[in-house]
Design a protein around this ligand. Structure first.
Ligand code: 5GP
Ligand code: ZN
Length: 113
């Protein structure tokens, strides 16, 4: 499958990886919108959050662990941050492999869209 995040997960395409376990990989966004802008990405290909079954507790646990690790190590757990996952074109999704943006390190606009 020609998916850029699958290729980052298998290290075919380089990225600045900041966290990894059996189920997820996290790396810096190539086009940061804030000083902290990290993507948490399941290693398995899921198009968006609507393909993530609620009973995949191993993956859900890994996603939450990654978010806690990244927010703690960058310090945004103290200052504040936002977690965003876009699903579908109307939401602005451009990479159709599930990912969670962790954004922080500056004051964010109080806007949800
Ligand atoms: P979306 O718009 O789908 O929610 O977010 C996709 C994100 O992936 C964007 O913020 C974009 O900058 C990032 N991105 C796209 N291609 C690459 C890449 O090759 N490497 C990295 N590190 N980030 C990418
Ligand atoms: Zn993929």
């Amino acid at each position: 499958m020609d998916c850029i995040f699958c290729k980052i997960a298998t290290r075919e395409i380089p990225a600045t990886v900041v966290y990894e376990d059996d189920h997820v990989i996290a790396f810096e966004d190539i086009q940061k919108v804030a000083p902290i802008h990290t993507l948490v990405v399941p290693k398995m290909h899921l198009t968006s959050i609507i393909e993530l079954p609620y009973d995949n507790t191993a993956l859900l646990t890994s996603i939450q662990k990654a978010i806690l690790h990244i927010t703690k190590t960058t310090g945004v757990d103290q200052s504040g941050f936002r977690v965003i996952t876009n699903s579908g074109t109307s939401a602005g999704q451009t990479v159709f492999h599930l990912h969670y943006h962790i954004i922080g390190g500056r004051d964010l606009q109080v806007s949800l869209g």
